[in-house]
Design a binder for this molecule. Sequence first.
Ligand code: ATP
Length: 275
Amino acid sequence: MSLIQVKGLNFSYGNRTVFKDVNLSLGKGQILCLLGPNGCGKTTLLDCILGLLKPNHGAITINNRNISSMEPHEIAQKIAYVPQAHNKTFPYRVIDIVLMGRAAYTSAFSSPNDEDMKIAEEALRVAGIHEYKERIYTELSGGEGQLVMMARALAQQATIMILDEPTAHLDFKHELMILETIVQLVKERGLSLIMATHFPNHAFYFENNDINTSIVMMSNNRITLAGPPSEVLSENNMRDIFNVQSKVLSYLTGTKGRSNYIIPLNTCEKVERMI
Ligand SMILES: Nc1ncnc2c1ncn2[C@@H]1O[C@H](COP(=O)(O)OP(=O)(O)OP(=O)(O)O)[C@@H](O)[C@H]1O
């Protein structure tokens, strides 16, 4: 059964069409990676699924319920969101930011209880940043702030997580930490995820770790390709969509069997210029 189903979605800003006839579905324990060139509409689509933007046409259902009939707190109990970039406006402590993930379960004027605190502390541990607990959020680096957003989403305890380029600010180690955390959440807690990313290897990483992974490739105002990474991330498709010549490497690892990885070689424009 699909947890999220998107059918025939159209969205325009004024008379500028962002996408047309978008269809997708997310199943339990599945990761759906949204890929596509800058400006193709990934964030806009995620905002529609979160109920933050209203599409011009089509329907979005969560557990068979149309989101147009759901209150924001009902959507927040089902879907946790890790945004692409977060304006750090107020000097809250990290633990207070993570506790905000509990807002979907508390009324407007009540404060978090002991159980909320326990859940927030656990979320900090899972995100690997428990030692940041008392630090001031506005004083963190972009990458540290991103990990706090991940912890806040975990504290929301939703079964679906939507992440918009969650590793955009992260260093070599922390990027891997986020990917490892995602794999752990899917395998151990049965979480389902939609993740917009600019890195095709993120999709390969999930597939290499035996997660049910799908790619939805957006370009030219629509979904142009959909399927498992090992089918969608071909050298031909990367040339057609991104105009990049690349090489897919397939290698045997001791523990995981065959794994795939894609490396960009050069842009096709550069090749033409050189010729
Ligand atoms: N508030 C807005 N008003 C008008 N146009 C907008 C608005 N927000 C985004 N757009 C336009 O809609 C299109 C899709 O934007 P969106 O942010 O969804 O793309 P994206 O695929 O997430 O991009 P990126 O990969 O660069 O993050 C872009 O052309 C963008 O300029």
